[in-house]
Design a protein around this ligand. Structure first.
Ligand SMILES: [Fe+2]
Ligand SMILES: [Fe+2]
Length: 142
């Protein structure tokens, strides 16, 4: 289980919500793997995770475009790397044994969570809540 902790908060409700949702979907995938669910179901759930990651990164790209700062190429490159890690995981899903949940744990912990702690926090430090405080939490339809 991925446990949300206040240390992951970027201080921006819409984005914290999306980060938590990503972890919930990742949890579902890990749970399916742990209970021996068939590979095609695991694959479907992982594609859902991939689509959610893309949606979330689009949200961040929108905020980046509002921020008068040009340090975001590296941030976007990290998003592409996370997307590509999940895509490779999906491609290789048939090759893994029942322990391939640990592979996804690495992607989520080493890539997604550490990205929040360093890179996402930098982005949201640059955007004040006063500027976007009116935004209602929106979410991708799943
Ligand atoms: Fe990000
Ligand atoms: Fe993020």
């Amino acid at each position: 289980m991925f446990t949300w902790s206040p240390k992951y908060s970027v201080g921006f409700e819409e984005v914290d919500f999306q980060h938590q949702k990503f972890l919930k979907i990742a949890d579902k995938v890990i749970e399916c793997i742990g209970t021996g669910t068939d590979v095609s179901t695991v694959k479907t759930k992982t594609v859902e995770l991939l689509e959610y990651a893309k949606w979330h990164f689009e949200t961040e790209h929108f905020y980046m475009s509002q921020c008068p700062n040009h340090i975001f190429e590296d941030h976007k490159a990290q998003h592409e790397e996370i997307i590509s890690k999940i895509e490779v995981f999906i491609q290789d899903i048939e090759k893994f044994d029942s322990d391939f949940g640990s592979e996804l744990m690495i992607i989520v912990k080493k890539w997604f969570l550490s990205h929040i702690l360093v890179t996402d926090k930098k982005l949201y430090n640059c955007i004040s809540d006063e500027k976007f405080g009116h935004i209602i939490i929106k979410d991708k339809n799943l």
